[in-house]
Design a protein around this ligand. Structure first.
Ligand SMILES: Cc1cc2nc3c(=O)[nH]c(=O)nc-3n(C[C@H](O)[C@H](O)[C@H](O)COP(=O)(O)OP(=O)(O)OC[C@H]3O[C@@H](n4cnc5c(N)ncnc54)[C@H](O)[C@@H]3O)c2cc1C
Length: 275
């Protein structure tokens, strides 16, 4: 395990197979790390994906924004979801009486937040007020506990997730609008599926190409329904349709949870090796 390293490039053998990465530490010392297999788990702007040339095989419109801030001294009843015309806002209570308060909307709608300078909390509260005046009123009676953070124009895209000597997991291989809040589950799922594939390949149970094709097939099947629903929700249909899609999403998430729960636990021998 090497921490505080930044991977900068992949190196290939004469046969084109990825065989190493180059990286540098915080003191700019460059190292070359050889590997039987390189996994890019480096997020939506994945350098590994660029380096290996993992092409985007599916791309959808991506012109939304998600912004959030933490608030305190507000009476939270629990998690809240507010569906408006062209916006989706909510509250996730977290710790110490605070809550993460967020809004998803088209990028153009969020322009006042982007351009608000040091008045971004007020701009976020005003935007939330267009969907839920009552929530905005409660926020104005409380206190912001963080700056406003967020992102605009995050991609809805699927990349080819594997090739000779390399694979991608999480946002590096599949990125979707945060409107469905599923990226962490997706990342764990893909890591689990890939771990099984690499394990079969390294133990010689399955030829690498076949093991990686299985990973790709399983990932693509597992993401299909929630990706379609995410893209549909990200177009902000009228509230009645939006809520109907959310109910379908809820069922799809249950099915996803059952899939994850049905995956085999690591064998005791494998855990002993890892320890
Ligand atoms: C505003 C917003 C709200 C969201 N809300 C939710 C939510 O409620 N629920 C949910 O499940 N998901 C949510 N997501 C999505 C979720 O954050 C991501 O899907 C998830 O973090 C992806 O995990 P990952 O490990 O693939 O990538 P990341 O979490 O991005 O991790 C990648 C890591 O790789 C490191 N890295 C990058 N490049 C290099 C390099 N060259 N060398 C070494 N290291 C490198 C980065 O520093 C980072 O630590 C949200 C996303 C956003 C933007």
């Amino acid at each position: 395990m090497r921490t505080a390293m930044t991977a900068t490039a992949v190196l290939r053998g004469p046969d084109g197979r990825v065989r190493a990465v180059t990286a540098h530490d915080t003191g700019d010392r460059v190292v070359e790390l050889s590997a039987r297999f390189v996994v890019g788990a480096d997020g939506g702007r994945s350098r590994i994906a660029r380096e290996v040339g993992a092409e985007v095989v599916e791309r959808h419109r991506a012109d939304n924004a998600t912004f959030y801030a933490f608030f305190r001294d507000v009476d939270w009843g629990g998690s809240e979801f507010h569906v408006g015309s062209g916006a989706f806002a909510g509250v996730f209570p977290t710790h110490g009486g605070e809550a993460c308060v967020w809004v998803c909307c088209p990028a153009a709608t969020a322009a006042p937040i982007v351009g608000a300078g040091d008045r971004r909390i007020e701009a976020l509260t005003d935007l939330i007020g267009q969907t839920s005046p009552s929530l905005a009123g409660r926020l104005r009676g409380g206190r912001a506990a963080s700056p406003v953070r967020g992102a605009v124009g995050l991609p809805n895209q699927v990349r080819r997730p594997a090739g000779p000597g390399w694979a991608l997991v999480g946002d590096a291989g599949y990125h979707r609008d945060p409107i469905t809040g599923l990226g962490i589950t997706d990342a764990f799922r893909d890591a689990e599926l890939l771990a099984q594939a690499i394990d079969r390949s390294l133990r010689g149970v399955t030829e690498e190409r076949e093991a990686l094709a299985t990973y790709q097939r399983q990932r693509d099947a597992a993401l299909r329904e929630t990706f379609d629903l995410t893209c549909a929700l990200a177009r902000f249909p009228e509230p009645e349709r939006f809520v109907a899609l959310q109910k379908r999403l809820s069922r799809a998430i249950e099915a996803q949870a059952e899939l994850l729960a049905s995956m085999p636990a690591p064998a005791p021998a494998a855990m002993a090796v890892a320890a």
